[in-house]
Design a protein around this ligand. Sequence first.
Ligand code: ARG
Length: 602
Amino acid sequence: SISIARCKRISAMSNAEDSLGSLKKQLAKLFEVSLRVTVPTETDVEPLVAACTGNFGDYQCNNAMSLWPRIKGKGTEFRGPPAVGQALLRNIPPSEMIESCSVAGPGFVNVKLSNSWIAKSIQKMLNHGIGEWAPKLSVERAVVDFSSPNIAKEMHVGHLRSTIIGDSLARMLEFSKVEVLRRNHVGDWGTQFGMLIEHLFEKVPNWEDASETAIGDLQAFYKESKQRFDEEDGVFKERAQKAVVKLQGGDPKYRKAWAQICDISRREFDRVYQRLGVTLEERGESFYNPFIPGVLEKLSNLGLVEESQGARVIFLEGVNIPIIVVKSDGGYNYASTDMTALWYRLNEEKADWIIYVTDVGQSQHFEMVFKAAKRAGWLPADNNSYPRANHVGFGLVLGEDGKRFRTRSTEVVRLVDLLDEAKTRSKAALIERGKDKEFTEDELEKTAEAIGYGAVKYADLKNNRLTNYTFNFDQMLSDKGNTAVYLLYAHARICSIIRKSGKDIEELKKTAELSLDHPDERVLGLHLLQFAENVEDACTNLLPNVLCEYLYNLSENFTKFYSNCPVIGKPEEASRLLLCEATAIVMRQCFNLLGIVPVYKI
Ligand code: ARG
């Protein structure tokens, strides 16, 4: 039976197809019509449209070559792929979008878009907002599971990467009108709590009123208790193990101590999120704990759970080790929680798309969880159908020495210190440029934060997430090259061009006409229109670097335009100011999707 929600979803999807967005998709619709007329027998052929790399056009349709072997010898009127291409061209329905078409080489149909249509589309965006260019996804609700540090252990640069990448993906989905459940799957239920609680009881007898001040540095506290757990005669270890049992059995005293320890960690995590402007809802491992037995029962009833060396496991195709859902001592583990969380997200939260952002080291874990869910029939066998689950893996953060990133003195990098340093350095650079005399104290602070934190985020997001990246303050804070600083300055400069013109840009949006007569104006205009398909690509393929590259190229195209097309005081001033404004709007939307705060003045 189709639920009302599903009906709504289906009709929303078909409406979406009529609206603006990706140029590629709009052209594909035209070629779809042409295909049905040109080769009426080949009903399952989908239009293949791609951006052109050469100078023959803006986009090309590549269907002719692959169609040919399908229709050859079946009484077709065509003599070869170029003729199929010619027919595809002839049968494109009339459209304002297209200026001209041609067939090249073995049968590519090249399309040149109309200048006036590009200009009109940009003008529409200026008047109706950038929301017009948001991707249309067939997803209603998504879970993004990101950041997810472990209580009492350090929040390290890996968690920073997860936070930055996950936030950007969540932002892209939200922009695409998807409801996003931003989930912080904190490690708050591990066996480490036994030793932490026992150590707390002993070291801080009045812990009920004074745990925060008495514990002080939770990471040091963790180390102390770990040392006792590992090194002493085993008496402490035994007590710690008993404490875990009491905690998990719900003993109020142990629960209270646990809650206090979690609270201290939480406050520290929140400081990082606040600086980064990231919102997250905590749903730690402990949340799913009560649901584990029920979920395991469902899996057992399906006949999936088997006994193996005292543990309860699920065997999976193509993986030589099974996933352990109950340890041999009867306890639950990371996988039991993740199986349960996946079940909960699909069945209770009714998410269509569940995205997990962690380092690539956890790929196998997620691969196993997803395979088990497929065996249980929770997820479809086909990876591209919905509901869908994806692991978004990322590489390591390296230091200058090419090894795992650490500071000189301690073995871990405190994230708050790292962000502080980024801000301090960007503030110093601003002062060096004399900005302390131009800006108010508040402006200076805000700009230093936007640039400093923006630089850290962009340095992380601009690379393909699977590669390791080297953390280097000098590089990320340079105002040259592909950095946030360069891009933020470029945006501020556009804003200052508009300010200096003295024109009311809102008025111009209503009265002036945008035209793209100079070749560099056209290149910039077309690039602006390609925003939609780039966000869609970044979002559906879970690759924020695609958006970074788009943004960087936008800035380069703008620079070229601005050096060849003077704006202020020229006959084209009004039109060119509109193009400046459109560029600034698109840049700001990109910053927004990357979690970077734009700067208007520099
Ligand atoms: N706490 C884990 C870690 O620090 C990450 C959790 C990721 N999410 C999940 N559902 N397993 O490695």
